[in-house]
Design a protein around this ligand. Structure first.
Ligand SMILES: [Zn+2]
Length: 291
């Protein structure tokens, strides 16, 4: 059953709970019940979830996708088949990648790409700042790279709401896995969200966040303190990615160690992009990094 959040917004939680998805992907329906609605993030490829969306939605006028990860895009094809609604997003999963990240990806030892939907291609390509209108609502698409280069958040200024996808979530900090994720881009995105008026964030996983700008500031500070930790370890001598990860994430669930290592690598690459360290020539998964 969809959960009403405001008179125009309902939420359906997909049945894909897990260590990276929390209680499951949050699919939002925007528009009054009984009228045509927009579906924001269809969620994973799961027939029961698609049926639940169709039953709750009635008519679907728009499909909006925050980013090209399969736990958000998997249900797109079935939903398009059933409704014919156009899919709106920034572009394919790797759209918006910086030149620096594209060059790094060419090294071939960066790995990453977890959960990417290679085949995702929207019907309507949204530019940063584009307004999208439906029956009784008007959303602004914001390009918010960091978690993924094609990530968009959707702002609903007249309700003070932002649909934040995986950029900001109430339950955990987001995964930043290079070359599709970028710490530098994430920091710019945090600054941008903090400076907007909307404060009620509806994330792609987890509960609503009532003070979104405070969360954006906290997540920016969290990344700054991770960076400080990494630099402190490197100041003591060369460390491999595995050594840095176990030193910094000593107390987390072992299932999250691979994701934690990606976040550490993302910071190392950000430091390299800023000229504060040199990336080793050897395979990054085994090489020693030094400050
Ligand atoms: Zn994601």
């Amino acid at each position: 059953m969809p959960q009403p959040l405001t008179p125009r917004i309902r939420r359906l939680t997909a049945p894909n709970p897990g260590p990276m998805t929390h209680t499951g992907t949050q699919t939002y329906l925007l528009g009054r019940a009984g009228g045509p609605v927009a579906v924001i993030d269809p969620g994973p490829d799961d027939p029961a979830h698609v049926s639940a969306i169709l039953e709750a939605a009635g008519e679907v006028s728009h499909i909006l996708v925050t980013h090209g990860h399969r736990d958000h895009t998997g249900a797109v094809a079935a939903l398009v088949r059933e409704t014919g609604a156009p899919v709106h997003a920034f572009g394919p999963a790797r759209a918006g990648r910086s030149d620096y990240m594209a060059a790094l990806a060419a090294r071939g030892d960066l790995a990453g790409g977890e959960g990417i939907d290679e085949g995702f291609a929207p019907d309507v390509v949204l530019e940063d700042g584009t307004w999208i209108e439906g029956e009784g609502w008007r959303l602004q698409a914001l390009h918010t790279p960091g978690h993924l280069s094609n990530h968009m958040c959707f702002a609903l200024p007249d309700e003070g709401v932002v649909f934040t996808g995986d950029t900001l979530m109430g339950w955990s900090s987001t995964l930043i896995s290079p070359p599709d994720g970028s710490v530098g881009a994430f920091m710019t995105t945090m600054g941008r969200l903090m400076n907007r008026d909307e404060s009620h964030y509806l994330p792609g996983h987890g509960e609503a966040v009532p003070d979104g700008q405070a969360l954006a500031a906290q997540q920016r500070d969290h990344r700054l303190s991770r960076e400080a930790q990494i630099r402190a370890h490197l100041a003591e001598g060369p460390h491999t990615l595995a050594q840095l990860t176990s030193a910094i994430y000593a107390d987390i669930d072992a299932r999250l160690h691979p994701a934690a290592a990606r976040n550490v690598l993302a910071h190392l690459i950000d430091l390299a992009e800023r000229g504060l360290l040199e990336l080793p020539e050897d395979d990054l998964s085994r090489a020693a990094f030094s400050a």
